[in-house]
Design a protein around this ligand. Structure first.
Ligand code: 1CP
Length: 351
């Protein structure tokens, strides 16, 4: 191996290097498709106990590494810890997902108390420190540690709707009706996300990813105001404090607005959803920055020849430039763990 091939593969790709074999990790790689995760989660009692118990969060973060030796660990947590740290009530209901006490006005937002912000998030940083130590101890010296946050827009979606939504009417109409008061919410979230990411880096995260899962519900003007502007502020603040820490942006479902995002959000790398064809991403995005993605999670669930063809299509096109293999969204819980093993072997060329 020559010296240009040393170092962690994921960090090399994020520096714009072309790697012989693309580094691979998967969004939601720790989760319910793994029997050992289901066991630990049962031990924790509920999802939030798992998130806020550093030892257990460390354990489930390590589980996918032990099985698949991915090129990255992503700390086990959730994007909704920020609304909770800002004082909003949060509950996860089995088979339904997150439920929050909706915040639908500036007055309601002002009534939340962020007094326990740092205290609420401290276990996430402790989990990061524990996991970094565990990785060193267990010989995962080439594995990169990723921290993450929801983007301000996506967090606002959950805070205002009170959970998941079909049409995001409440959050969108607030943003249209009264952009001035809505920007107070977005600005506060921008500061909270920045702080949370900086703390994760201080605790050992070498890369951070910003999940904007609902960026696809906005028109182009609103996208610029509520997705690009806050993301740029976060990326610039991180670059100022930690010039060497890459920021991966994931503006899910935004279609053609992904170009605006790539050009203006100041992120280091772009995580693509499954709708963008690898062939077009080669000419559109890879000249601008490293890209990550973008196998359809259901293609992974299906397996077989569809999986082989899907991987081939992505690696043949994107593997010639700076590239990280991932899914176009989180792994689904019905995925057979052996399909993930097959995927890793296909990407690493050992099948
Ligand atoms: O019962 C369980 O075990 C719950 C399933 C689960 C898991 C495994 C939830 C509930 N969150 C998580 C962990 C999680 N969430 C991680 C961990 C690290 C890893 O990737 O291994 C990450 C990165 C997230 C991020 C997250 N949470 C996002 C952004 C990515 C995406 O999927 O778009 C979002 C939108 C959430 C909210 C959330 N948390 C959990 C659920 C079911 C949801 C989505 C609700 C909805 O559909 O709106």
């Amino acid at each position: 191996m020559n010296s240009s091939e040393t170092g962690k593969p994921l960090l090399r790709a994020l520096k714009g290097k072309i790697t012989d074999v693309p580094p691979i990790w998967l969004m939601r790689q720790a989760g319910r498709y793994l029997p050992e995760y289901r066991q630990t989660r049962q031990r924790a009692g509920n999802f939030l106990n798992l998130v806020y118990s550093p030892e257990l969060a460390c354990e489930v973060t390590m589980q996918p590494l032990r099985r698949y030796d991915f090129d990255a660990a992503i700390i086990f947590s959730d994007i909704l810890v920020i609304p909770q740290a800002l004082g909003q009530e949060l509950e996860f209901i089995e088979e339904k997902g997150p439920v929050l006490n909706p915040v639908r006005s500036a007055e309601a937002f002002a009534r939340l108390s962020p007094a326990k912000f740092a205290e609420t998030l401290a276990p996430v940083y402790e989990a990061l420190r524990l996991t970094c130590a565990q990785m060193r101890k267990d010989g995962f010296g080439r594995t990169t540690m990723i921290g993450f946050s929801g983007a301000p827009w996506t967090l606002a979606c959950y805070m205002v709707e009170g959970g998941s939504s079909r049409d995001f009417q409440h959050v969108k109409s607030w943003a249209y009706r009264d952009p001035e008061s809505f920007s107070v919410l977005i600005d506060t979230l921008t500061e909270a996300v920045t702080e949370h990411l900086l703390q994760q880096i201080a605790a050992g995260a070498e890369v951070v990813q910003i999940f904007d899962s609902w960026s696809g519900v906005l028109d182009h003007n609103q996208f610029s105001q509520w997705v690009i502007k806050p993301t740029r502020r976060i990326a610039e603040a991180i670059r100022e404090a930690y010039p060497d820490v890459p920021v991966i942006g994931f503006p899910k479902g935004c279609g053609r607005l992904a170009m605006d995002y790539a050009q203006n959000s100041k992120v280091t790398a772009l995580s693509l959803d499954s709708q963008i064809s690898p062939k077009s991403a080669v000419s559109l995005f890879q000249p601008l920055m490293p890209v990550q993605g973008n196998l359809d999670p259901v293609c992974l669930l299906a397996g077989g020849t569809a999986l082989e063809a899907g991987v081939e299509d992505i690696v043949a096109h994107l593997g010639k430039g700076p590239f990280i293999f991932n899914l176009g969204h989180g792994i689904v819980k019905e995925t057979p763990p052996e399909n993930v093993e097959k995927l890793v072997a296909l990407v690493r060329g050992s099948t």
